[in-house]
Design a protein around this ligand. Structure first.
Ligand code: IPE
Length: 259
């Protein structure tokens, strides 16, 4: 089994509230179908989730009652987005069902508690892919919190022990600086624990470097001596397909675990 996160930057247009990239998602569903691989998909919230979440500071947890309808609104639009992702999969004859995390799980201080695996396991045993997504969810400590698709990926990684983990985004890989704003940005081909520590040593850890380091760490957390974790560009046709088929593609690959 291969675990895939379709990032919000590739399935939505992050500059426009609730803009779904239907053609891209249909093409990615087709690439998955053609590969013949068994996969589980998690997706981000993109412009469906981030806009209202930011407006009402939902990432800070409960502050005032004005956030409550905003929370319900975010949960409504992330479900809309997920239905569209599932439609694209069904259209390619991939049986899938959206599983909103907030209807079966809670968070505790921002950490997702995935304590009842039975519904997920039973779905996969039936051959139906549970599709989970970044969302706002009730929280034991802060009343609600935002759980990202990346956090869900880590849980599913422990639960399903996939052979590969793939993050599909709108850039070719992980860069040392923001490639969209900095022409000197260099792509990092391979991520290892050693490389991550070297970056941390170059101690002027500004936000971007800190962000890159965090991403390296979260990718490495999903690797071990066997399993690799890839970051690829989903806007490049057939890149996901080729990677699923085991071919070498332009990407960042993390390997070797965090030990
Ligand atoms: C964010 O999920 C969830 C909300 C803002 C409600 P992600 O962090 O996984 O989404 P993307 O991939 O960045 O869009």
């Amino acid at each position: 089994m291969i675990l895939i996160k379709l990032g919000g930057s590739v399935i939505t247009d992050k500059t426009e509230y609730r803009k779904f990239n239907k053609e891209t998602v249909s093409r990615l569903a087709d690439e998955i179908r053609r590969s013949g691989e068994e996969v589980i998909i998690v997706h981000g919230a993109g412009s469906f989730g981030h806009v209202v979440s930011k407006q009402f500071n939902l990432q800070k947890g409960y502050q005032d009652d004005k956030q409550i309808p905003a929370m319900a609104r975010v949960m409504c639009v992330t479900r809309d987005l997920s239905s569209m992702v599932v439609e694209a999969l069904l259209a390619r004859e991939i049986p899938a069902v959206s599983v909103p995390i907030g209807s079966c799980f809670v968070a505790d201080g921002g950490k997702l508690i995935l304590d009842n695996e039975e519904p997920l396991r039973r779905l996969t045993e039936l051959g139906i892919m549970p599709v989970m997504f970044g969302d706002v969810i009730t929280d034991r400590q802060t009343r609600f919190s935002i759980v990202s698709g990346d956090q869900i990926m880590e849980h599913l990684c422990r639960m399903y022990n996939p052979s590969k983990v793939i993050f599909v985004s709108d850039i070719d890989g992980l860069y040392d600086k923001n490639p969209k704003t900095d022409r000197n940005a260099k792509m990092i081909g391979t991520v290892t624990k050693k490389k991550m520590d070297e970056i941390a040593m170059e101690s002027n850890v500004d936000d971007v470097t800190g962000g890159v380091r965090n991403k390296m760490e979260s990718m490495l957390r999903m690797t071990d001596s066997q399993r690799r974790c890839y970051l690829i560009n989903g806007n490049a046709p057939n890149r996901l397909y080729s990677l699923l088929k085991g071919e070498t593609v332009t990407c960042t690959v993390a390997k070797g675990g965090l030990e």
